[in-house]
Ligand binder design. Structure first.
Ligand code: FDA
Length: 509
C-alpha cells in the first residue's frame, strides 16, 4: 500500500526524526476527516460532479513540524511516484490545496503548525511562516506597534502561503499595492528538497512566487515582508442604497472617480440581491480611509458629493480595529477573534472574477441587477477599486500583472446552503450566464482574472501533460504577458513538473 511505503520512506529519512505516526493521517484514521475539512471554505465539490470526475482526497495528510520533514516528504513522494498538494490556510476557491482531479495518489502537506511570526521593528520587516494566517499577522503587528500594518486581504483566516503567492489585496492596495509587492525575501523548498532563500533562488524564481500562484515552483516556507506605516486613526464607513434609492447613478459616478481618489481612500462597492425572493438590489459603498473624519469629509464632498456622506456615517478606529471591522467582526470585539483559523460558517459557493477598464454604462448595470434578482440565494458583485500605487507598479515588476488601466476588479459570488448536486449545477449555471452577460463590459484580449479567486471553468491542465499553448487559454487571463516568463522559469526550476495541479504553470515549450 502506497501510504505504508510513504510512511516507511519518511521513517528512514534522517530529517524526519519525529515519529511519523504523530504527523501523518490516512483515511482510516478517525481524525482524517476533521483534518481535511477543518479549514475548508466551500463544500460545493462534494456534490458538484459525477463519480468519474469528482475530486480525490489525500492518501496521507502530513502536518510537518519542521522544514526537514517537508524536504523528506518531497523526496519520498517523488521516489514513490506520488504527487503533493500544499495547504496553508485552505481558502482556495476550488479546493486545490487538498483535492485533486487527477487520479494520482497524493500527500497533502498541511502547514498549519508552521506559523511563526517574527517582527523586527528596527528595520520595519517581519519573517512570517507560510502557515500563519492574515489575522495572526495583523494581531502580532498590532501587539508590536500601533503605527504599523500590512496591506493584504480582508478575511483573517486566509493563509499567507496561498494568499501572497497569488498577489493578495485588501483595503490598503491603492496606497501600498498587493501583499506580494511588499515581500523582500522568502524561503522555498524546491523539487530537489533544497531550501532556498532570495539569494540562492535567484531573482527569476523570487519574481515568480510573488503573484504567480501557489504550488507551481515549490513549497514556500516563509516570507520576509515589509511592514507599512499606518496613522493612529483610520476611518471606515458603509453607506447602503437600493436601486430605488439611486444606487445605479451612484455606481455610474463611482466608476469615474474610485481609481482616481487620493491613495489614502478606498471605496469599494458590494452590489447584491437581498437573498431569497429578493425584490431589490442593494449597493454598499464600503470604505476605508487612512486618516480621520476631518480630513475625509472634504475629499468626499469634492469627489463624491452625490453619496451624501455625513460625519455620522463614519467611524474612527485604529488600523487593527479596521482589520476586525473588515474581517466581519465589530471593531470593539476582542482582538483575539483575529486568531480564529477555523471557519464555523460554511456555505457552498461559486466565484469568478473580471477586470473593468472602462465604465459600465447604465443599461449594462441594469442588466446585472436583473440577473441578480433571478437568483433565489445570495448573489453579489464585489467591486474593488485599483489606481493609486497599483497604477505606478509596472505589469512586469512581479508575476502579479493587473496594474495601470484597470478601474476596478469584480468578484462575482453566489452562495447557497443546501448542498445538493442539483443546487450546485443550478447556481453554477447562473454564474456562467452572468459571466457571459458581462463579456462586452470587461477587459478582453485577454479577459483578465485574478488567480486568488481561482476558477477552474476558465480552463485546466490535463492530468499528465499540458502544453504551454493549451494552458495559455487560462494562463494569460491570470498572468497576462507574465505567463511566458512564468513558464520559462518553471522549466528551469522544476523541469520534471513535480509541483503540478489543475492550474499550475506548465513548462515552456
Ligand atoms: P490554500 O491553502 O487553499 O492555498 C491556495 C493555493 O496556494 C493552493 O493552490 C495551494 O496549494 C497553494 N499554496 C498554499 N500554501 C502554499 C505554500 N506554502 N507554498 C506553495 N503553494 C502554496 N483574496 C484577496 O486578495 N483579498 C481578499 O480580501 C480575499 N478574501 C477572501 C475571503 C474568503 C472567505 C476566501 C475563501 C478567500 C479570500 N481571498 C481573498 C482569496 C485568497 O487570497 C485565496 O484563496 C488564497 O489563495 C488563499 O490562501 P490560503 O493559503 O488560505 O489557501
Amino acid at each position: 500500500e502506497q501510504s505504508v511505503s510513504f510512511k516507511n520512506c519518511m521513517k528512514s529519512s534522517a530529517g524526519a526524526a519525529t515519529s511519523i505516526e504523530t504527523i501523518a493521517l490516512t483515511s482510516s484514521s478517525s481524525q482524517y476527516e476533521q483534518a481535511l475539512q477543518s479549514f475548508e471554505q466551500n463544500p460545493r465539490w462534494v456534490n458538484s460532479s459525477s463519480a468519474s470526475t469528482s475530486p480525490t482526497t489525500p492518501l496521507v495528510i502530513l502536518t510537518p513540524l519542521s522544514a526537514s520533514q517537508i524536504q523528506a516528504a518531497i523526496l519520498c513522494t517523488k521516489k514513490l511516484g506520488m504527487q503533493i498538494r500544499v495547504r496553508s490556510g485552505g481558502h482556495d476557491y476550488e479546493g486545490l490545496s487538498f483535492l485533486s482531479y487527477s487520479k494520482a495518489p497524493f500527500v497533502m502537506l498541511d502547514l498549519n503548525k508552521l506559523r511563526s511570526i517574527d517582527i523586527n521593528l528596527a528595520d520595519e520587516t517581519a519573517w512570517v511562516q507560510a502557515g500563519a494566517t492574515l489575522g495572526e499577522l495583523y494581531y502580532k503587528i498590532s501587539k508590536a506597534s500601533a503605527l504599523h500594518g500590512f496591506p493584504a486581504g480582508l478575511c483573517p483566516s486566509i493563509g499567507l502561503g496561498g494568499h501572497i503567492s497569488g498577489g493578495g489585496f485588501g483595503t490598503m492596495l491603492r496606497k501600498f499595492g498587493t501583499a506580494a509587492d511588499n515581500v523582500v525575501d522568502a524561503t522555498i523548498i524546491d523539487a530537489n528538497g533544497t531550501i532556498l532563500d532570495r539569494k540562492s533562488m535567484g531573482e527569476d524564481l523570487f519574481w515568480a512566487i510573488r503573484g504567480g500562484g501557489g504550488t507551481s515552483f515549490g513549497v514556500v516556507l516563509s516570507w520576509k515582508i515589509k511592514l507599512v506605516r499606518v496613522p493612529p486613526v483610520v476611518t471606515a464607513f458603509n453607506v447602503q442604497r437600493t436601486v430605488a434609492e439611486g444606487a445605479t447613478k451612484l455606481i455610474l459616478k463611482w466608476q469615474t472617480i474610485a481609481d482616481k481618489l487620493p491613495e489614502d481612500l478606498f471605496i469599494r462597492v458590494v452590489a447584491q440581491n437581498t437573498g431569497a425572493n429578493s425584490a431589490t438590489v442593494q449597493a454598499s459603498f464600503n470604505s476605508f480611509f487612512l486618516g480621520g473624519i476631518d480630513r475625509l469629509m472634504p475629499i468626499m464632498k469634492q469627489s463624491f458629493p452625490e453619496l451624501g456622506l455625513q460625519a455620522k456615517d463614519c467611524t474612527e478606529m485604529t488600523w487593527i480595529q479596521s482589520a476586525l471591522f473588515f474581517g466581519g467582526y465589530s471593531k470593539d470585539d476582542a482582538l483575539e477573534a483575529l486568531l480564529d483559523r477555523v471557519t464555523t460558517f460554511k456555505s457552498s459557493f461559486k466565484a469568478k472574477s473580471d477586470y473593468v477598464t472602462k465604465p459600465i454604462p447604465e443599461a449594462g448595470l441594469e442588466g446585472i441587477w436583473k440577473l441578480l434578482l433571478k437568483e433565489d440565494v445570495l448573489a453579489l458583485l464585489i467591486m474593488d477599486p485599483y489606481g493609486g500605487r497599483m497604477s505606478e507598479i509596472p505589469e512586469s515588476e512581479i508575476a502579479f500583472p493587473h496594474r495601470k488601466g484597470n478601474l476596478y476588479n469584480i468578484q462575482y459570488m453566489v452562495k447557497w446552503d443546501v448542498n445538493t448536486a442539483e443546487a450546485s449545477s443550478r447556481h453554477v449555471r447562473w454564474m456562467t450566464s452572468l459571466y457571459s452577460y458581462m463579456t462586452p463590459y470587461v477587459s478582453n484580449s485577454p479577459r483578465a482574472a485574478y488567480v486568488n479567486y481561482r476558477d477552474l471553468d476558465i480552463g485546466t491542465n490535463k492530468p499528465d501533460n499540458t502544453s504551454f499553448a493549451e494552458a495559455s487559454v487560462w494562463g494569460v487571463k491570470y498572468f497576462k504577458a507574465n505567463f511566458i516568463r512564468l513558464s520559462q522559469i518553471k522549466k528551469k526550476v522544476d523541469p520534471r513538473n513535480f509541483f503540478r495541479n489543475e492550474q499550475s504553470i506548465p513548462l515552456f515549450s
